[in-house]
Design a binder for this molecule. Structure first.
Ligand SMILES: Cc1cc2nc3c(=O)[nH]c(=O)nc-3n(C[C@H](O)[C@H](O)[C@H](O)COP(=O)(O)OP(=O)(O)OC[C@H]3O[C@@H](n4cnc5c(N)ncnc54)[C@H](O)[C@@H]3O)c2cc1C
Length: 398
């Protein structure tokens, strides 16, 4: 039995963005429905590098605002979701051949620390030579320096489930698996059709939030009249899960092939190794790790950890949604782009790209954009103090 068929907001997509918006909207007292066609975090939000981080490398590209916002969110998530977001030591080794030298890294870490504010998480140090042997077999041939700083890791799927759990405790509804089929934008709002339990169902919403990740433009093709659309490029990132876990922490490495950042991270009892950047042109559900991506990652791992066995136990790929422009995907901004049909009275807001780390801040921006079309409601909770906890039985939300 449906509790209601008329909503303030209908969110399409139960990834990290959709669930963060559902949580923020429900905390503000809005009536919100989330439609997820496969399972919570079934798309990119279970295929990321699982870092809650400022993004040290974005400093080099001048994206200071994104780094500052990400570090602020990191700090909030560490407080509100301590079981799901944890600080870990990150090591940056510098070799005679590394493209960024000691002073560049030191300057970057200093700025990163300043943007993070006071506290343990903003400190960094130069690791003394005597400690290098304890770094999980990291090659010391040509090694000149090792820096250690702090960043955070999460389980992206569980974090998504926890945000939905929080939203549902505040009254949000979830249909899953339920597929958005089409919508009409009318004078009064939006009329939607979706498929749930083999039925075609209808509902209305003041505003539709399109948080369908790599499927974002497919949603827009099924809305009348056609809302504004951005040309995008999907860029695949592959990760390998290796047997055995690095004991000392996380490694931020430079690929010897193309100088891109590669992470070697502890992941439960294993190692998470990633990622790649391969332009993808098929249907998003068809993305899968390619043999050349696996070879590229293993070559990098061998280069830095020549004596560690490589046994691949799992691999997965996710898709970044990037604006279609010239230049390498690696250097393009990871900042979210929000698009709406009418700023004075939005009926649909579309999210392009973004980061796991700033999903809660993004949710606030989306609600500010939606505000002119939303009714007055009494807030139910203060998001800044709302703990983010796993549901008693996470499988209920998959
Ligand atoms: C390789 C890689 C590594 C990354 N690493 C990091 C990182 O370490 N830290 C970080 O902060 N960010 C990272 N990111 C970015 C981050 O993972 C993404 O920005 C985020 O997961 C996107 O979430 P989303 O909710 O927008 O999309 P998704 O998680 O893809 O969710 C979209 C959802 O929409 C659903 N959907 C689609 N069509 C329909 C429909 N018709 N009806 C109903 N539902 C539908 C899908 O099933 C899916 O669940 C990474 C991204 C990639 C690709």
């Amino acid at each position: 039995m449906l509790a209601s068929q008329s909503y303030d907001l209908v969110v399409i997509g139960g990834g990290i963005q959709g669930t963060a918006i559902a949580q923020a909207a429900a905390a503000d007292g809005y009536r919100v429905l989330v439609l997820e066609k496969t399972g919570l975090a079934a798309g990119t939000s279970s295929r990321s590098s699982k870092l809650i981080h400022g993004g040290l490398r974005y400093l080099e590209q001048g994206h200071f605002g994104l780094v500052r916002e990400s570090l602020r969110e990191r700090s909030q998530l560490l407080q509100l979701a301590p079981a799901l977001v944890k600080l870990n030591p990150f090591y940056i080794p510098i070799y005679q051949t590394t493209s960024r030298g000691k002073w560049t890294i030191r300057a970057g870490l200093t700025l990163y620390g300043l943007l993070a504010g006071l506290g343990t998480a903003s400190r960094f140090r130069s690791v003394p030579r005597a400690e290098w042997a304890a770094l999980d077999g990291l090659s010391t041939v040509g090694l000149t320096h090792v820096f250690q700083y702090w960043d955070a890791q999460t389980d992206d799927r569980l974090l998504t489930q926890a945000l939905m759990h929080s939203a549902m405790k505040l009254g949000a509804e979830l249909r899953c698996p339920a597929e958005f089929i089409q919508a009409n934008l009318t004078q009064d709002g939006c009329e939607l059709t979706y498929r749930w339990q083999n039925q075609s169902l209808h509902c209305t919403a003041a505003v539709i939030i399109n948080a369908a990740g790599p499927w974002v433009n497919q949603i827009l093709y099924n809305i009348t009249p056609s809302p504004p659309t951005l040309p995008i490029e999907l860029v695949q990132g592959t990760h390998l899960v290796l047997e055995e876990k690095p004991d000392s922490g996380c490694y931020y490495l430079e690929s010897p092939v193309d100088q891109r950042a590669i992470f070697v991270l502890p992941w439960y009892q294993h190692t998470l190794l990633g990622t790649t950047e391969t332009v993808f042109t098929g249907a998003p559900e068809a993305c899968h790790p390619l043999a050349e991506e696996e070879a590229y990652l293993i070559e990098c791992f061998h280069h830095y950890f020549p004596n560690r066995k490589v046994v691949v136990r799992e691999k997965f790929s996710g898709l970044r949604v990037l604006p279609k422009t010239q230049g390498a995907a690696f250097s393009r901004s990871r900042d979210i782009q929000l698009l709406c049909d009418n700023a004075d009275r939005p009926r649909i807001i579309t999210l392009y790209g973004g980061k796991l780390t700033v999903s809660r801040a993004t949710a606030q921006k989306v609600l500010r954009m939606a505000a002119p079309s939303l009714p007055q409601r009494d807030p139910k909770a203060n998001l800044a103090e709302l703990p983010i906890e796993l549901p008693p039985s996470p499988s209920e939300y998959v």
